[in-house]
Design a protein around this ligand. Structure first.
Ligand SMILES: CC1=C(CCC(=O)O)c2cc3nc(cc4[nH]c(cc5[nH]c(cc1n2)c(C)c5CCC(=O)O)c(CCC(=O)O)c4C)C(CCC(=O)O)=C3C
Ligand SMILES: [Fe+2]
Length: 370
């Protein structure tokens, strides 16, 4: 091997694993059926969410964003002398994970690293993807071995672009954002799912990792913003895109309710930072850019939405670094594991009982219990 070439052994491919989204109006209803099968989402909520997609021509931005990330990764790998094909598979839409796995198998892939476009721990944002991997491997004879890369909410390659995005958003406010409140937003999930997210602690208690990880990332971004501006901005963690039955508690406050409270407290400018999302998904362009912006305008609050990581070169390099880190670990080496903020690096292999499914045990890959 050329010593200048980073060592990706034992991997011969990278799989980008994502949520999927509709590409055209006829896709919207079948896509929503895929997402919500067996999840007990009220019909009314589904019709509303369908309207969000129709407002944007029946097309989600997510697949194009993932294709752009893959193109950026292919370019980065080529520049770094890394010979690793990148595959794309989704949970809920074409290209479906099982089809991609069949293609990888036909191409002779033996062992692939898996990068999921979701940075935090919970059933919805981590274990459900691991269940999807299990199901796909079961469905494809001779499927490659798959290793899901660690959670990256506190990786500098994710946090740094978010810090710069908040600084850029502050600069867009008329007074340079001097008095602005920082509103960090993520996807709401049921409180029960939140409480059981992460591995069990030594006392056998669930760790509530979803909220703790978001707080750690939000606090770190706010700290870095203070370092850069010399100003301490108050900041909050709030939620968007609540679903489910009204009687089921989900994480609160909702971003719109929070803006109302801020207006009551006399806050007149905010930066909305979508730290729960790695690119401008439908939740960002509808729930934040459309709905929350309308709320802010109605309340007389000046609001600027900070950019998500998208294809920032540092985020692209993070994916490469995570592959190299994991490859080294699988070869028995002890790679550095860069993190920022108050939490350590997440495990390569999810712990026993990590992020359980409230509807009962389902087999999942990439865990100590797999
Ligand atoms: C934590 C989390 C993430 C972040 C982590 C990750 O990225 O995975 C995420 C991402 C996404 N969620 C998405 C879309 C939807 N999520 C839904 C429903 C739900 N999401 C949930 C949670 C999350 N979701 C939950 C607990 C439900 C209830 C149903 C259930 O218990 O499983 C529904 C059904 C309608 C509704 O109920 O709102 C839709 C259409 C899209 C695509 C966007 C696009 O098209 O750009 C993306 C990236
Ligand atoms: Fe969702």
């Amino acid at each position: 091997m050329n010593p200048a070439q980073p060592d990706v052994q034992p991997y011969d491919a990278l799989l980008l694993l994502s949520f999927g989204g509709p590409e055209k109006p006829e896709d919207v209803v079948p896509f929503l059926e895929n997402v919500t099968r067996g999840r007990g989402i009220p019909r009314e909520r589904l019709e509303q969410v369908g309207e969000h997609y129709f407002l944007f021509g029946g097309k989600s931005p997510i697949n194009d964003q993932n294709r752009a990330l893959i193109a950026a990764l292919e370019k980065d790998f080529a520049e770094q002398g890394i010979d690793l094909p990148v595959y794309f598979g989704n949970r809920n839409w074409d290209p479906y994970l099982a089809d991609t796995l069949a293609r990888m198998t036909a191409d002779g892939v033996q062992r692939a690293a898996v990068f999921a476009t979701s940075a935090y721990s919970s059933w919805s944002s981590c274990r459900q993807y691991r269940e999807n991997l299990y199901d796909a491997v079961e469905a494809v004879p001779g499927a490659p071995r798959l290793d899901k890369l660690r959670q990256y909410h506190n990786h500098p390659g994710f946090v740094d672009p978010n810090v710069d995005a908040v600084l850029a958003a502050l600069a867009e406010l008329p007074d340079g954002g001097e008095r602005a409140r920082l509103v960090f937003v993520t996807h709401s999930i049921p409180t029960a799912m939140s409480e059981t997210s992460g591995s069990l602690d030594p006392a056998g208690q669930p760790r509530g990792a979803y909220v703790r990880q978001h707080r750690s990332t939000a606090d770190e971004i706010a700290r870095r913003v203070k370092e850069a501006t010399g100003r301490a901005h108050r900041h909050d963690l709030v939620y968007c895109s609540r679903s489910g039955a009204p009687s089921t508690p989900w994480l609160e406050p909702d971003v719109n309710d929070h803006l109302e409270d801020l207006a009551t407290d006399g806050v007149d400018s905010v930066v909305i930072a979508p730290i729960g999302f790695v690119s401008d998904h439908m939740e960002v362009i509808y729930d934040l850019d459309t709905e929350a912006m309308e709320t802010a305008e109605k309340l007389g609050i000046r609001a600027v939405r900070a950019a998500s990581a998208g294809v920032d070169p540092r985020f692209v390099a993070m994916v490469r670094d995570l592959v190299l880190e994991r490859a080294a670990a699988e070869r028995g080496e002890s790679p550095e594991r860069p993190v920022v903020g108050s939490m350590g690096a997440g495990p390569d292999v999810c712990g026993v009982g990590c992020c359980p499914n409230a509807r009962g045990e389902r087999p999942a890959l990439c865990g100590a219990d797999s």
